[in-house]
Design a protein around this ligand. Structure first.
Ligand SMILES: [Zn+2]
Length: 431
């Protein structure tokens, strides 16, 4: 397997990355492009201000009190999006949560915190456990993803609310695919489209494709049905990504939200990553991420370490140690989800078998799957030395100032005194 000479992504990473002649991946190059001087962020903020002015004008015209929708989960990005729109741009966003049911106690704590601190109105749709179980199990069996309903709901329900309430603007945070792998550039000013929703977020499946499969009925799919073209055109809904207009730095934004609005990272070591502030609201993330490892041979520690390396906060050597520590761990919550979905663990592993990428996995003689390669088995050579970024000496991942942001076994974070943040939970919380 070839790995990026700068970050730790393998060539088979999903979505697709491309290694250039220096062995550096398209995700790393995209990250560089964001820091290039020719991007005029002040000009972009002016463009954002114009879009927001237009939304306010339309809201007034329509007699709406809300001028935009912000889809929120309660995570660090949700906090930042709402804070920026409300405090900096004077908007009155309607917060919309699609509750997929697989919540951590820390996630609920932070969502309640966001609602309390922002003072904004919230609409929350909670998917019932019967439909969640059916859809989750069917999509696990079909595409190896037990969180399909998250992406479908998060990318659809806000549009239903927009149509119902005649609100023309939805403000998303980061264009995630771009940041991870660099398949679209900042020059593109991509907006949300129905096509990317289906192809990227929903793995090519529309809600109606699932009817009749795995016992799924139309009633199970209500929050995942996209409004009609006529409705979208009538309300003139558009979805923009803030990361096209504001220099996106997830960690700095999390710190700002800790200071301004009391967002809190967790204070215990997770099983699949050293990151204490990202995706902490998603209880199924450990299993979801473990599936990625079983399919492609890398997991969240690779994602998180790669991001740290790109920012110069972590060396390649430290990143490799994180991959070694976390990527192969079977999460303890696997049993919880197998139980909930009505599967045995053996059945779970059998399901995954045909999804394993033969570029990285092989079945050893005893019938046990073994990775053929790992990034930490590759020595650091000339290409890797040449691809190093300058260290961010005032912001190293494992420095004292980042103690609450990243788990450092030699200097673990202090407890917060809140059980939701201090202790992992084997079960998920629906509400
Ligand atoms: Zn890279």
């Amino acid at each position: 397997m070839r790995y990026c000479a700068r970050c730790l992504y393998p060539e088979n990473a999903k979505p697709t990355i491309i290694l250039d002649e220096e062995g550096v991946c398209s995700g790393c190059r995209y990250h560089e492009s964001r820091q290039k001087l020719e991007i005029d962020w002040e000009e972009r903020e002016r463009m954002l201000a114009q879009i927001l002015d237009e939304a306010r004008r339309m809201a007034r015209q329509r007699g709406n009190s809300h001028d935009c929708i912000v889809p929120v989960s309660g995570g660090k990005d949700s906090h930042f999006q709402v804070w920026l729109l409300k405090e900096k741009y004077g908007m009155n966003p309607l917060l919309v949560t699609f509750n997929h049911a697989y919540n951590t106690p820390a996630g609920n704590r932070n969502l309640y915190n966001l609602v309390e601190k922002s003072g904004c109105d919230l609409v929350r749709y909670t998917a019932g456990l019967d439909s969640v179980r059916r859809i989750s199990r069917h999509m696990l069996e079909t595409v190896g993803d037990l969180t399909w309903h998250y992406h479908a709901g998060i990318r659809t329900f806000p549009f239903q609310v927009a149509v119902e309430r005649n609100i023309p603007l939805i403000v998303w945070g980061e264009h995630g695919f771009a940041e991870l792998t660099g398949i679209v550039s900042l020059e593109d000013f991509v907006e949300f489209t129905r096509w990317t929703r289906k192809e990227h977020d929903m793995r090519g499946y529309e809600a109606h494709d699932l009817i009749g499969r795995g016992g799924i009925t139309l009633a199970d799919l209500a929050p995942y049905v996209y409004p009609s073209d006529e409705d979208i055109a009538r309300v003139e809904v558009r979805g923009i990504y803030l990361s096209n207009f504001v220099y996106w730095n997830a960690k700095r934004q999390a710190e700002l939200m800790m200071e301004k609005w009391g967002f809190s990272p967790i204070a215990y070591e997770r099983e699949r990553s050293f990151n204490l502030h990202g995706k902490i609201e998603d209880h199924a993330n450990d299993v979801h991420d473990y599936l990625k490892y079983l399919k492609f041979g890398y997991g969240r520690a690779t994602d998180d370490a790669s991001m740290e390396i790109r920012h110069g906060r972590m060396t390649r050597e430290q990143g490799l140690a994180m991959v070694r520590r976390y990527d192969a761990n079977e999460p303890s919550t696997l049993a919880t989800y197998c139980d909930f979905l009505g599967l045995t663990k053996e059945a779970f592993y059998r399901l995954v078998e045909p999804m394993r990428d033969p570029a990285i996995w092989e079945k050893a003689s005893e019938g046990i799957w073994k990775p053929k390669d790992a990034v930490f088995l590759h020595p650091i050579g000339e290409a890797e030395e040449k691809a190093r970024v300058d260290p961010a000496l005032d912001d190293l991942t494992f420095s004292e100032t980042n103690r609450r942001m990243f788990y450092n076994p030699d200097n673990p974070p202090p407890k917060t005194g809140e059980a939701a943040l201090d202790e992992p939970s084997l079960g998920f919380r629906v509400m």
